[in-house]
Design a protein around this ligand. Structure first.
Ligand code: DGY
Length: 427
């Protein structure tokens, strides 16, 4: 289809809204039928932005349901297993966390405060938004406090991640080396993802063996934060988590100001300042982006992935760094058919359709476009948006898109793709 024809065509908002409704399980949305039958945290936050366009009450409910699963220590788990489902592995029995709502024992990129700020600022129903913000604010503060307290106990300014699943960018080549250092599980299991999606689009078994070793590790050590911090065999500074947390903390501060909410605000300001300085340790003048870092080997992880330019979204770059990243992104966009690919195509580990090793994820493209806009590059933001739009116009609402062809990959009728289309692409 020609570029002009695509531009003339409109995103099918009815189809996108239908996906949200079909994937609604009563107060929360599953990412897609079968492959992901529970509530995932960052999916859910992005989904709430889509709901906001069609049903504000339901959008707030998405957040309320997620925060009902918040742990006593403040963590918001990455999965809430609201109901049993045979179609997914590993389930709550493997995680073993024994929470009131069965859950996983790690978190996910903390995009919630950013989503809630957008919801609060764009709502039609102000009274509803004020009421919901009042109940959500203390929970958000507790969640951010958990990140800084438990994941940066030495106050370095850079929180760490204990699992590739925590990054949400599960199979990114950036995690290959730190994950290789993790032992493999010695028990057998049956993966369920391969029953839904082609094996070429999913992680390999040796990676799964290590994902499961880590899940087992937290359980064997009673989810003891101090022990895990000292002994977890996988400990990474993930630039995407650091950046998303930074933006979310600054959005949270803004929400606290609106609501005249004081508790925890000083601590949040201190953490923002600390991260603002510490991020410079990750800057690579050679790569023109911020590199992830392996805390076990003490080495930078030299892969250019979408994580490494997310400091644009986090407001963490200075002017020169931002210009360097915007140039890099411009050249990167030109190197694939649709963009922005999750791994730079010049990487030896780039695979255009395998999970997080190359494909395009629209919510990440939205974050980077938002960052480009903030740093004064609206043309780049528009290129990212139009390229994301091409994915949906050409292939529909897939989980992710082959960066070389634009073909849909992973799960179909995917909730966050529909939500991003409603929130960002249709407007
Ligand atoms: C999976 O099972 O693929 C998920 O990404 C884990 O969160």
């Amino acid at each position: 289809m020609s570029q002009k024809k695509q531009q003339e065509q409109r995103i099918d908002v009815e189809a996108a809204a239908r996906i949200l409704r079909d994937n609604d399980r009563g107060g929360y949305s599953v990412p897609t039928h079968g492959l992901y039958p529970f509530q995932w945290s960052w999916d859910s936050a992005i989904t709430a932005l889509g709901w906001m366009k069609i049903d504000e009450q339901r959008a707030w409910q998405e957040a309320e349901t997620m925060f009902r699963g918040q742990w006593a220590n403040g963590m918001v788990p990455h999965i809430l297993f609201h109901k049993d489902a045979e179609s997914y592995f590993p389930g709550p029995d493997i995680w073993g966390s024994n929470t009131a709502i069965p859950s996983s024992a790690i978190s996910q990129p903390p995009v919630w405060a950013t989503a809630i700020r957008i919801m609060y600022e764009t709502c039609q129903n102000r009274a509803l938004a004020e009421e919901k913000l009042g109940t959500l604010l203390p929970k958000l503060i507790a969640y951010h406090d958990w990140w800084y307290r438990e994941r940066d106990p030495e106050d370095t300014g850079l929180v760490c991640s204990y699992h590739p699943w925590e990054s949400g960018m599960d199979n990114s080549p950036a995690w290959d080396d730190p994950l290789d250092a993790v032992p493999e599980v010695d028990w057998t299991y049956q993966r369920r993802d391969l029953g839904h999606v082609d094996a070429d689009q999913r992680p390999h078994k040796p990676q799964y063996d290590r994902y499961l070793y880590l899940v087992d590790f937290y359980k064997r050590h009673g989810f003891d934060s101090q022990y895990i911090y000292e002994h977890c065999p996988y400990k990474v500074i993930d630039v995407s988590i650091v950046s998303i947390l930074q933006r979310a903390s600054s959005d949270l501060l803004e929400l606290c100001r609106h609501a005249d909410y004081k508790s925890g605000v000083d601590e949040l300001e201190n953490e923002l300042a600390r991260t603002g300085t510490a991020i410079n340790r990750l800057w690579s003048g050679k790569r023109h982006c911020f590199l992830n870092h392996d805390l076990m080997s003490g080495q930078p992880l030299d892969e250019v992935t979408t994580a490494t330019v997310l400091p644009l979204f986090g407001g963490l770059a200075d002017t020169d760094q931002a210009a360097g990243m915007c140039n890099l992104i411009g050249e990167w966009l030109a190197a694939t058919k649709v963009g922005l690919s999750s791994t730079h195509p010049s990487s030896a580990r780039y695979e255009s359709q395998r999970y997080w090793r190359g494909p395009v994820w629209l919510h990440i493209n939205w974050m980077i476009a938002r960052g480009a806009d903030d740093y004064g590059d609206p043309q780049l933001a528009e290129r990212l948006r139009s390229s994301a739009r091409d994915c949906v116009m050409t292939s529909g609402f897939w989980e992710y898109f082959d960066a070389d062809t634009g073909d849909g990959c992973g799960g179909d009728n995917f909730t966050w793709t529909a939500a991003v289309a409603l929130y960002w692409l249709a407007s």
